[in-house]
Design a protein around this ligand. Structure first.
Ligand SMILES: Nc1ncnc2c1ncn2[C@@H]1O[C@H](COP(=O)(O)OP(=O)(O)O)[C@@H](O)[C@H]1O
Ligand SMILES: [Mg+2]
Length: 249
């Protein structure tokens, strides 16, 4: 296969457009289990009927793993937001509707979000045991749901074309409480689309009839989770959200 058109180059993988496919080629040191988990998540979500790129194959060529899937023509929502700032509220509405629709689906074989959060919180290096205990206690008290959660629901992971909106990038997908997924989107938007974050959260709460306080209870938990992979610049921001737990009671 002659892979030429690079769609995106990240530190651990390169994403190519080849004929009617996208091929995600991972670096040699990327864990095999994480690549197979991403492909399995995507295959499980395909079965829900959501519009997503279907997996074509998972392969290993000369020690390098790759995932091939349908190429979805169109623009990412991130590109659309950058090119058409005057349409921000219309695009935000589409973004929220799409996330609510995704949360209406179930995929019982996906990993459980709560298990993942417990594991991540336990593994954060710069967090003392008391804070970890408080976070885990709070997590345990949160209602347990089984909704499809994306884990990285952001404008860069959505492609829009004439046939609709497609959700990409299922590497962090789990099943669990939708408000945790929303809290994750909110924290990431606050970092990278600060102008949109508050409007996003307000709109989600309105449209899904969820109380803002309920989503906010997830902030320290998902901030701690994000700490496991955060850059130095992100750590300071995330630590601010962790402090919230001190006065929540
Ligand atoms: N199936 C696809 N069809 C079209 N473009 C894609 C597809 N998959 C990925 N891309 C493009 O590549 C970018 C990165 O892919 P993504 O799966 O989100 O990887 P990452 O985990 O690095 O964010 C996307 O934002 C999108 O622009
Ligand atoms: Mg992505």
């Amino acid at each position: 296969m002659n892979l030429e058109q690079v769609l995106a180059a990240k530190n651990n993988k390169t994403i190519y457009h080849h004929e009617d496919m996208v091929v995600k080629v991972f670096n040699k040191n990327h864990p095999k289990s994480s690549i197979l988990n991403e492909a399995l998540n995507q295959a499980l979500v395909e079965e829900t009927g959501l519009k997503i790129p279907n997996i074509r194959s998972v392969s290993n060529i000369e020690g390098q793993w790759s995932i091939s899937m349908d190429y979805i023509p169109g623009q990412t929502l991130e590109q659309k937001l950058k090119e058409n700032p005057e349409k921000a509220s219309e695009l935000l509405e589409l973004f929220v509707d799409l996330q609510i629709d995704m949360h209406s689906k179930t995929a019982p074989l996906l990993n459980k979000l709560k298990d993942k959060l417990v594991r991540k919180i336990q593994s954060v290096k710069d967090l003392n045991d008391t804070t970890k205990y408080e976070l885990l206690t709070q997590l345990d008290s949160m209602p347990k749901h089984t909704k499809v959660c994306h884990g990285d629901f952001l404008p860069s992971n959505i492609i829009i074309n004439d046939t609709g909106a497609y959700i990409l990038d299922w590497s962090h997908a789990t099943q669990g409480n939708a408000s945790a997924d929303v809290a994750t989107t909110y924290l990431k938007l606050s970092l990278y689309f600060p102008d949109l974050a508050d409007a996003y959260l307000k709109l989600f709460c309105q449209k899904s009839n969820t109380s803002l306080k309920y989503v906010q209870q997830w902030f320290p938990i998902v901030a701690a989770q994000q700490l496991t992979t955060a850059s130095e610049a992100e750590v300071e921001f995330l630590n601010k959200w962790l402090d919230v737990i001190d006065y929540q009671g």
